[in-house]
Design a binder for this molecule. Structure first.
Ligand code: OXD
Ligand code: MN
Length: 610
């Protein structure tokens, strides 16, 4: 029985059912009974079935499940991700493009009868708190119970989403089939002009949890441009000060630069003693819209965390680890067979002796076999991109405002990347337009963890390169427009770099909880309670204004000088690179760069001197 009378939903579902031809259709109401029944089904599949999920130790990890994906299906696939708009220009230089009619014509035969013998699950969900003026509804059709169970954690899933939609046509239509998980025919396709996402031949999270990157960033960024709001690849955190007031900060870093760690940071002892607390609103995505008072408000459209497991431990991110202790799903981590619990590199130093590798091979924990990388040396028990899907309510520091339909007022926006030199620990942009330039210049250096050359600069504007659902030039213009609309109520824009190195390649900033010291300066700048040094690149902390109490031995005045140094020669090189990037990578390939951003580049160059 259908869960809604919405004629638009029913018509579309009928069309998709006719195309995919499932034996059975199940409407997901979000009830515990239904989810228990689906969990029972998927855990009782025979070993070796690629869809099987396993119960973990229910005493130690109550409600937790485990799953392995195919070895060729372990990450987002940017080369197979498309933005299909009527013109190529509308997708712009950062996206793969195909004409929508051509793409539908190519994919339709792949979906034809693809669910024969199977069940189609119809998942209604809300991105954002039900009833929030910033929230939006999506419906995902899928042939995977794994997807249903993940969507239950990552979104507000169930009938309430249809109730919120009423008879409106404003919902995102997602169609997913794992099909044969064939990498040659894997497609992750956004049709922003049709509010539609088609994903086929994958069963990995980021490609199939269509609410996340596909809707909440690619489609939503397009909607935001048309409707006057923004969808950004940003964490949202609140810093509660000793006087009880909480200031909210959004931060955009490229993937694997520690967004989840910053979102859940535990302040250093001195700050805790003084009464500071950090609350998490979101760890990956922010939707931002001007509120009635003219300030910018943020919601986290998601309801859970889809975090990278390796490297997560009680020291690096206590709160993330705690979030995974019940009702979580683990994907492609290793198993500790003796306990039926999970393990990954960086959880602790003791790989289990009786382990199952992420590929399903049993091993003694010393001589494991699963190879990552062409060199065959990089052997891991857990896949480096193995994940936990964890409910936000589990997070010990989840914000009391998490479900606030109005969102939280944003004081600061912070950009950052991984840069060994050039970029100082922190600086503040002169104004919103300069801050937009700073965001457009976000870049990160590759690390030894990934295959390929180390230290290669990758541009990732606003940390959104794989996620902007339209032309990056128009996206920058939209940022500038939002700044004009917000005027003097706009958040202040900053840039941070936790990854500065000395001559020997050692990191010189401790990072993790100590990043609170930088947040402290940022918040004081927003409040106007601390002065700054005006430099060519922006406002920098004055000597002594970053609190190093408790880490004086590690961060000596000499180290702090290095952290805050603005090396004119390196910055001149940065300008040359930014001109090359704007001209060759963007403008020459159809990106319409706003004149104001070229002006910022010229002004920066002038300030640095000839
Ligand atoms: C993610 C990513 O999975 O940014 O969040 O890649
Ligand atoms: Mn992300």
């Amino acid at each position: 029985m259908s869960l809604t009378n919405n004629a638009n939903v029913l018509k579309w579902v009928d069309e998709m059912v006719a195309l995919c031809n499932p034996d059975k259709v199940v409407w997901i109401d979000g009830s515990k009974e239904q989810l228990d029944e689906l969990t029972a089904q998927v855990t009782s599949l025979p070993d070796g079935d690629p869809n099987k999920m396993y119960y973990l130790n229910q005493d130690k990890l109550p409600g937790c499940l485990y799953h392995r994906t195919a070895v060729n299906d372990v990450a987002r696939v940017e080369d197979r991700t498309f933005i299909c708009t009527k013109t190529k220009e509308d997708a712009g230089p950062t996206n793969n493009w195909c004409d929508p009619e051509e793409m539908y014509a190519k994919l339709r035969p792949m979906y034809k009868d693809v669910m024969k013998g199977q069940t189609m699950y119809i998942i209604p969900y809300s991105m954002g708190p039900i009833g929030s003026p910033l929230a939006k509804v999506g419906v995902e059709l899928t042939d995977s119970i794994y997807v249903v169970l993940n969507m239950n954690i990552m979104t507000r899933m169930g009938k309430a989403a249809f109730d919120m939609l009423g008879d409106s046509n404003d919902f995102v239509r997602g169609l997913h089939s794992k099909a044969n998980v064939d990498p040659e025919n894997r497609y992750i396709v956004q049709f922003p002009e049709d509010n539609t996402i088609w994903s086929i031949n994958s069963a990995y999270g980021g490609n199939v949890i269509l609410s996340k990157k596909c809707f909440a960033l690619r489609i939503a960024s397009f909607q935001g441009k048309n409707e006057g709001w923004m969808a950004e690849h940003m964490l949202i955190l609140g810093v509660q000060k000793p006087d009880g007031e909480t200031k909210y900060v959004c931060a955009a870093f490229p993937s694997a630069c520690g967004k989840t760690n910053l979102a859940m940071l535990i302040p250093p002892e001195g700050y805790l003693k003084d009464g500071y607390k950090v609350f998490t609103v979101g760890d990956d995505i922010a939707w931002l819209k001007p509120g009635k008072d003219g300030r910018l408000y943020a919601i986290n459209p998601e309801n859970g965390f889809f975090g990278v497991a390796p490297g997560t431990n009680a020291k690096s991110n206590f709160n993330a680890l705690a979030s995974t202790m019940k009702n979580a799903i683990f994907t492609n981590v290793a198993l500790n067979n003796a306990e039926n619990t999970v393990w990954w590199e960086g959880l602790d130093k003791n790989p289990p002796e009786d382990a199952t590798e992420w590929t399903g091979i049993k091993t003694n924990g010393k001589e494991w076999t699963s190879e990552i990388g062409a060199d065959g040396k990089n052997k891991k028990l857990a896949h480096p991109n193995s994940r936990f899907t964890a409910p936000a309510v589990n997070c010990p520091c989840i914000s009391p405002e998490f479900d606030n339909p109005e969102g939280v007022p944003v004081s600061a926006i912070v950009f950052g990347g991984r840069r060994a030199s050039t970029t100082p620990l922190v600086y503040q942009s002169f104004d919103w337009t300069h801050g937009t330039y700073v965001g457009s210049a976000v870049s990160s250096e590759t690390t030894a963890a990934a295959a390929g050359a180390v230290g290669v600069l990758r541009h990732d504007p606003m940390a959104m390169k794989p996620f902007i659902g339209y032309n990056v030039g128009d996206y920058w213009a939209h940022w500038l427009e939002m700044g004009e609309k917000l005027g003097d109520k706009a958040p202040k824009i900053f840039n941070v770099n936790w990854f500065k190195q000395d001559e020997n390649g050692n990191f010189i900033w401790p990072g993790f909880g100590d990043n609170m010291r930088v947040l402290d300066w940022i918040i004081k700048r927003c409040e106007g309670t601390v002065d700054a040094e005006e430099t060519a690149i922006g406002y920098l902390p004055k000597k002594g204004d970053i609190n190093v109490s408790g880490i004086e031995d590690e961060v000596t005045p000499e180290i702090m000088d290095k952290l805050l140094n603005v090396d004119t020669d390196l910055w001149k090189k940065e300008i040359v690179e930014m001109r090359r990037y704007y001209n060759d990578d963007i403008a020459a390939k159809g990106g319409k760069i706003p004149a104001a951003l070229y002006e910022e580049l010229d002004k920066l160059e002038a300030r640095l001197g000839k």
